[in-house]
Design a protein around this ligand. Structure first.
Ligand SMILES: [Zn+2]
Length: 298
């Protein structure tokens, strides 16, 4: 069951008056060394076994939040616009991806009211657009949705530095601005009555996380690439992809302590096996997955 969540099966829980469904755009494989930064392979390979190309298998998880504010999709995965060579390089397996999973869950892309993106790297925002029928022009995948993005992230993606140019592709986000469907967000903004934007910088300068209120002030938080998998919970397990790793460290310390103190349910974008978890402190002062609590029982 847990392995299937990554690809085919949508799983839902009640979160106050809302329903939250974990869906996946599919599988992506990224270099294990890049995913774990300064952590040596002899240590990280015990957590995630790499393939023959040193890549680790990860999910591209999204959340569908259904409530009084309508239907919200958080994160869109890599999407299906990339050519076969690109998909092979990253070991992408989609099987219809997020749009198909949404249809199976009874919420087709046309019925989505808003999309929130943590940042604009291709494995998070690629699914925001789709080729039109001619296969030449990228158009919004969610034709009736507004797309919520941090303006600083959009500017960074539009003029990428040399180190980020292989992660930001204009076809994934420029068509959204051209279609006039982007709404800028910043930390503290409410997107709908119970969905709040949290600034969680480090992976990129304007990376955000997304909190969903259960109506009593308890949050389910989609952390995005601040903590991409449960393996990244220990403090120094920080991606080499992060532009500002010391900022990631400071953000992690602040956010994970708050997550524990306020009993957040945490969502992990790239964890194929454990997309949701509560946190508990260990003897070394870290916050790791609480093995005692089932995240699917709210
Ligand atoms: Zn990512």
């Amino acid at each position: 069951m847990s392995r299937e969540i990554a690809t085919r099966v949508a799983r839902s829980l009640r979160w106050g008056e809302r329903t939250v469904t974990v869906l996946s755009d599919g599988i992506i494989r990224l270099d294990g060394g890049a995913m774990f930064g300064v952590v040596p392979k002899v240590v990280w390979e015990k957590r995630m076994m790499p393939d023959e190309k040193n890549r680790i298998r990860m999910g591209m998880n999204s959340l569908l939040v259904e409530g009084p504010e309508g239907r919200t999709v958080i994160e869109t995965g890599a999407g299906g616009k990339d050519d076969a060579r690109f998909q092979a390089m990253y070991g992408i397996e989609r099987d219809g991806g997020l749009p198909e999973r949404l249809r199976e869950a009874g919420s087709p892309p046309e019925g989505v009211d808003r999309v929130i993106l943590t940042h604009l790297h291709f494995d998070h925002a690629g699914g925001a657009t789709t080729w039109d029928e001619d296969g030449t022009t990228a158009v919004p995948t969610f034709p009736n949705a507004t797309y919520h993005v941090h303006v600083g992230e959009f500017e960074a993606a539009t003029n990428p530095d040399e180190r980020s140019a292989s992660s930001y592709f204009a076809r994934n986000f420029a068509p959204l601005a051209e279609a006039g469907v982007v709404e800028w967000v910043k930390g503290g903004d409410r997107v709908g009555p119970g969905i709040e934007i949290l600034e969680t910088p480090g992976h990129t300068a304007h990376h955000v996380s997304v909190a969903v209120d259960d109506g009593t002030g308890r949050w389910l938080v989609f952390l995005g690439d601040l903590v991409p998998t449960t393996a990244h919970l220990p403090w120094p397990w920080i991606m080499a992809y992060d532009l500002y790793p010391m900022t990631t460290l400071a953000t992690k310390k602040r956010v994970l302590a708050q997550a524990h103190d306020e009993d957040w349910l945490c969502a992990f974008v790239h964890d194929a096996d454990c997309p949701l978890a509560y946190l508990a402190p260990d003897a070394r002062g870290r916050f790791l997955v609480d093995p005692e609590r089932d995240p699917w029982i709210a």
